[in-house]
Design a protein around this ligand. Structure first.
Ligand code: NAP
Length: 249
């Protein structure tokens, strides 16, 4: 089992949906998959998965609505009980179009930073007591996703070292900042035995990645799940792509 309990944000489409699909269909699935999305009523594919797999709990969450975090935490606490939450995957993300320097708008910058950077920090803060409980209750004595972890869905476009094309101000800035958040969390939460890693899923055929992307969601996520199984102390505070290859900041 990858982890007893997993919470995925933005799980109604794209990579989040594929994560829930593959985790719920695995041979030894998590006991609790908390699949959050903005509009559960419209999440048809997710609803079908949850009808087939009773361990998939669809939960409403707009990550930019901080006032709803309290209710979410209580709901997750009720589901997972005294063993806490093992794995938080901050997957929900946003990428505005037309963001070259002469086009970029204030609102694009603030919306993107809110969803891609601020929300993962504040959601992590809200769920920290449940993650810490999982880490301290565990019989395991090393860092792992099975024990307790936060995975921030980042992007190679957030790598400053790999940026050779410019542009994409909101998205690049938000993911570079998310990577900085990953590093700080990995240091701050080490004493709680919580692993924190940034992962780039590859360029994937989703609404965000578009049809020309070389990877399907199936391949990206199946490789990523293998990588999640292998994460340990040496990966804490690092930046990796879906297949485990280390990336430059
Ligand atoms: N696809 C790629 O090539 C690629 C490459 C690098 C990194 N990534 C990262 O991977 C993650 C998933 O991307 P994707 O390709 O699956 O994108 P996608 O197909 O566009 O899906 C984005 C998901 O994020 C959700 N979301 C957006 N704003 C939200 C909010 N305020 N609250 C809750 N959910 C919200 C969307 O929900 P709604 O349906 O309600 O809008 C949707 O479920 C993102 O963090 C993205 O930056 C993707």
């Amino acid at each position: 089992m990858l982890a007893r309990s997993v919470l995925v944000t933005g799980s109604n489409r794209g990579l989040g949906l594929e994560l829930v699909k593959q985790l719920s269909a695995s041979k030894d699935p998590p006991e609790f998959i908390i699949a959050t999305c903005r509009t559960p009523d419209k999440a048809e594919e997710l609803k079908n998965i949850s009808t087939e797999h009773r361990n998939v709990h669809i939960t409403q969450l707009d990550v930019s609505n901080e006032s709803s975090y309290g209710g979410l935490v209580s709901h997750v606490q009720e589901l997972v009980g005294c063993q806490g939450l093992n794995l938080l995957i901050n997957n929900a993300g946003y990428s505005p179009k037309s963001t070259r320097i002469n086009m970029v708008k204030w609102q694009q910058m603030s919306d993107t930073l809110l969803i891609n950077t601020i929300a993962p920090v504040m959601l992590t803060k809200a769920l920290l007591p449940l993650l810490s409980t999982a880490a301290s209750d565990s019989a395991l004595d090393t860092l792992s996703v099975k024990r307790a972890a936060i995975i921030n869905m980042s992007s190679i476009l957030g790598s400053i070292g790999a940026n050779e094309q410019g542009g994409l101000y909101p998205y690049r800035a938000s993911k570079a900042a998310l990577n900085a958040v990953t590093k700080s969390l990995s240091l701050d939460l080490r004493r709680h035995n919580i692993l924190v890693t940034s992962i780039h899923p590859g360029w994937v055929q989703t609404d965000m990645g578009g049809k020309n992307a070389p990877l399907t969601p199936e391949v990206s996520i199946s490789e990523m799940i293998k990588t999640l199984y292998a994460l340990s102390e040496k990966h804490n505070g690092g930046f990796f792509q879906y297949d485990g290859e280390a990336l430059q900041w």
